[in-house]
Design a protein around this ligand. Structure first.
Ligand SMILES: [Mg+2]
Length: 327
């Protein structure tokens, strides 16, 4: 087993150069200057072996990518620019240096892709499972931060991409069938944070009123937005963007694809609202600038909770996504 000092030295090397506004790594705290006119965004997320990932199918490199991506996504969710990360690991003795090297490569590669610099962390021993906790620090210009509480009555509800892919990917991994639909497995193993789109939606004049990233499934994440905005939502089952692969895999696995789209977590798509009057402009602009499609799934209504309209009527699906604390 490699010593803690050797591991930290290795990670430090892999993290690369720190920008000028950071006073190096190695002191008790990372010290960095703040930009004028900006607010700091800070978020922490923890991944636990056996709960969030399983090392039988989650390779070290992919896990490194994911640990960084899900945290970067929280900054993207508010329209921020991710800047710095801190990585804390509780490591079981069974993970050797080769595993740690591959993990670190994946983690730092993902950070670099989004211009994020690793500025600190902690390593401790774990008697059993692997635990990864990442703190991410970002920034956004004052007045250009999107909160989940900003949705208005009659605002349209939009999502940035297909729903349910990651949940189906996880099911395929569990059955050892990743190769059948590799893009679904990839949605679970290496999700992509939507930083550029988040920045675009939060830019001045976009008209977007509220935003978050979907980690626990649409039914739960939209219910959070409703609660924070003091409103309800009505979504249309036929409008949910569901990929062809998701439909095929769900059929094959004998799962209702709608359940995966509503309740399967980890899609890390952006969920946002805007007045109907700006929807078309927004759609056109996102397509022109980012070559991306956005999808209208419903609208905000007075009241509370999330109503799903389907062929067999309406039902309340509030908070029917992934539940972390069932006891
Ligand atoms: Mg989030």
């Amino acid at each position: 087993m490699v010593s803690e000092r050797q591991l930290i030295d290795y990670i430090k090397g892999a993290a690369g150069k720190v920008p000028e506004r950071v006073d190096g790594i190695g002191d008790d705290c990372a010290v960095f200057g703040c930009r004028e006119g900006c607010k700091q965004l800070v978020s922490v997320d923890t991944l636990v072996e056996g709960v969030h990932f399983d090392l039988t199918w989650h390779g070290p490199r992919e896990l490194g990518h994911k640990a960084a991506a899900v945290n970067i996504s929280d900054i993207a969710a508010m329209g921020g620019k991710p800047c710095f990360a801190l990585l804390s690991m509780a490591l079981p003795a069974r993970l050797d240096f080769a595993w740690l090297t591959a993990f670190t490569e994946g983690f730092t590669a993902e950070l670099k892709e989004y211009g994020v610099v690793l500025v600190g962390g902690d390593t401790v021993a774990s008697p059993e499972g692997l635990l990864l906790s990442v703190t991410i620090i970002g920034e956004a210009e004052e007045g250009r931060i999107l909160y989940r509480s900003g949705a208005g009555v009659d605002d349209v509800i939009m999502v940035s991409g297909s729903l349910g892919d990651a949940a189906l990917g996880l099911k395929l991994c569990r059955e050892g069938r990743q190769a059948s639909w590799p893009q679904l497995a990839a949605a679970h193993l290496t999700p992509r944070p939507e930083v550029a789109l988040g920045r675009h939606l939060a830019a001045a004049g976009s008209g977007v009123t509220a935003m978050l990233d979907m980690s626990d499934g649409l039914a739960t994440d939209l219910a959070h937005m409703c609660a924070a905005s003091g409103l309800g939502a009505r979504i249309n089952a036929d409008w949910l963007p569901i990929s062809v692969s998701a439909r095929q895999a769900a059929l094959d696995l004998e799962i209702d694809v709608l359940d995966s789209a509503l309740g399967g977590g980890e899609d890390y798509r952006l969920l946002f609202t805007c007045p109907a009057a700006v929807e078309e402009d927004l759609r056109r602009e996102v397509k022109a600038v980012l070559k991306r499609q956005i999808f209208r799934i419903g609208k905000m209504i007075p009241g509370c909770g999330v109503l799903l309209c389907g062929r067999d009527g309406e039902r309340d699906v509030s908070f029917q996504g992934y539940e972390h604390l069932t006891r």
